[in-house]
Design a protein around this ligand. Structure first.
Ligand SMILES: Nc1ncnc2c1ncn2[C@@H]1O[C@H](COP(=O)(O)OP(=O)(O)O)[C@@H](O)[C@H]1O
Ligand SMILES: [Mg+2]
Length: 194
């Protein structure tokens, strides 16, 4: 509502900061709730809604992150041409987690790419970013709850995002994997279309 009022430049800055704090808090709360729910045996229930445009949902996720990180460049390559029978809200959460990670943990001066495509009977989400490579020995541990490579003060996550993202991937009969070298750190989600 404040953003629709005339604001001073300082006011704009403050509202921007509030917006990104709220975004981060919401992410933390969602992650903790999903974690608790999973641990209490509730598992992850899917609400598959194939009729809603997946491309639009994913584009909106990226737009929200662009608004929260105006100084960063996030490019999209969305080619969802076949019907994907997935839970749209969960897919949005998965992509949001991956892109937010690329923003927080990747190289800040480089653009991030968010890709989605349907090819050869599968749906793929792909988020590569540049930055320090993650040591080979820790790659699989990234998906464990509360695991973080290096907790810098500017990175206020809990280490639940990838654990939940992989849970979402598996609930869809799919997978979430990572590879990391000097060129890029690359997370890929893959699920069968049929
Ligand atoms: N795109 C990425 N580039 C480099 N490191 C990453 C990336 N994504 C995740 N990581 C590493 O994996 C850890 C776990 O990620 P995550 O489960 O999302 O937790 P959080 O983001 O809350 O720290 C992060 O703390 C970070 O060390
Ligand atoms: Mg994260």
């Amino acid at each position: 509502m404040l953003l629709e009022e005339p604001l001073s430049p300082k006011g704009m800055t403050v509202v921007g900061l509030v917006q990104s704090s709220v975004g981060r808090m919401a992410e933390l709360i969602d992650n903790v709730l999903d974690f608790a729910h999973g641990r209490l045996g509730g598992g992850l229930t899917l609400e598959r809604n194939a009729h809603v445009s997946l491309g639009k949902v994913l584009e909106q996720v990226v737009d929200e992150l662009r608004a929260a990180w105006p100084e960063r460049r996030i490019e999209t390559q969305l080619a969802v041409t076949k019907t994907v029978n997935c839970d749209r809200a969960r897919m949005a959460q998965l992509l949001s987690n991956l892109v937010a990670n690329a923003l927080t943990h990747g190289a800040s001066e480089e653009p991030i790419l968010a890709g989605a495509s349907t090819l050869d009977g599968s749906f793929e989400l792909s988020v590569p970013n540049q930055g320090e490579p993650i040591p080979r020995s820790t790659l699989e541990r990234l998906f464990q709850p509360f695991f973080r490579v290096a907790a810098r003060p500017s990175q206020q996550g809990l280490g639940l995002g990838l654990y939940i993202a992989r849970g979402i991937a598996r609930a869809h009969g799919g997978s979430l994997n990572v590879c990391s070298d000097q060129e890029a750190t690359h997370f890929t989600f893959l699920m069968p279309l049929a």
